[in-house]
Design a protein around this ligand. Structure first.
Ligand code: COA
Length: 274
């Protein structure tokens, strides 16, 4: 079990699931430079932690995250370009580079407010489950900025053209049910079931061999922007890489149990892990 603590983030590892909680509830978990520095370290450690099979990202209190910290990330750094550059680098490193390439499944558990800059880690996670009454918003336009950093990009990766423009240009908030309807999150559940649903999903993911999941998420993420022929070659190369990486030999066992012993049906669920 890993043992480390942070000022702005709580990390709890239980039954091979890392529950990572942005922990500035009194500031609605707004992302300060210090929180970004903490998260870079958290993700670096958890990526290499053999005790961790699934990562859940959530927020303490009423918010998932109210976005970038207007005071500490913007105003306080306006006249400090060197520190601003460092903070921006950490922001991008954790909420996109490290999170979107995290080698294990990631679930965003959206428990409450999710605004502006918080859309980036939300979309960086592989799966997003929201409370039906969570409040989302591209609020930037309300106070004179535009969805910067990677926010415009991740919005158009998930929401369609019309929805992206509508919510970015009006700044109107919307709830978890709407977020699911427009594709921003995977699904929404009543708030009192949120943690149980996420825990159950994490258990399902743990039944699948880690290298199979890793190869699958890396492939789905990478091929989106590729031409068709390149995507074809890439998927074949990743499949070969997976056979090499998967020490559990899941493919061989699955085929054997389906074709030879006829003891298993791949269409109905994962083959038992060795
Ligand atoms: N940056 C900095 N501080 C923030 C913040 C943010 N993005 N969001 C909330 N806070 C701070 C508030 O300034 C306040 O601090 P204080 O107690 O020192 O006065 C504290 O968090 C609580 O916020 P408050 O507005 O009183 O809470 P609320 O529950 O009434 O409203 C929100 C919650 C999320 C609706 C509201 O705080 C808000 O609109 N935040 C900004 C959201 C936003 O536009 N984010 C985009 C940034 S890219």
């Amino acid at each position: 079990m890993s043992d480390f603590s942070y000022e702005n983030v709580l990390v709890e590892i239980k039954d091979q699931v890392a529950w990572v909680t942005l922990n500035r509830p009194e500031k609605r978990n707004a992302m300060s430079p210090a929180l970004c520095y903490d998260m870079v370290d958290v993700l670096t450690r958890l990526a290499g932690d053999d005790d961790v099979r699934v990562l859940v990202l959530t927020g303490a209190g009423e918010a998932f995250s109210a976005g970038m910290d207007l005071k500490l990330f913007f105003r306080a750094l306006d006249d400090n370009p060197a520190e601003k550059a460092r903070a921006r680098e950490a922001d991008r490193a954790w909420n996109w580079q490290k999170l979107s390439t995290f080698p294990k499944p990631t679930i965003a558990m959206v428990n409450g407010y999710c605004f502006g800059g918080a859309f980036t880690p939300l979309v960086a996670c592989d799966i997003a489950i929201a409370a039906e009454d969570a409040i989302f918003g591209l609020s930037e336009v309300n106070w004179g900025i535009l969805p910067g950093g990677l926010v415009s990009k991740v919005v158009t990766m998930t929401m369609n053209y019309r929805q992206s423009l509508y919510y970015a240009m009006t700044g109107k908030p919307f709830d978890g049910k709407k977020a699911a309807e427009i594709g921003l999150v995977t699904f929404a559940v009543p708030k009192d079931r949120l943690r149980d649903e996420v825990a159950a999903l994490a258990e399902d993911l743990k039944k699948i061999a880690p290298e199979v999941l890793r190869g699958t998420k890396e492939t789905i993420r990478a091929i989106g922007d590729m031409p068709v022929d390149m995507a074809f070659e890439f998927a074949y190369a990743k499949s070969d890489q997976l056979r090499f990486r998967d020490r559990e030999k899941t493919r061989d066992r699955g085929m054997g149990e389906f074709l030879d012993t006829k003891s298993y049906r791949p269409g109905l669920g994962p083959v038992k892990r060795s």
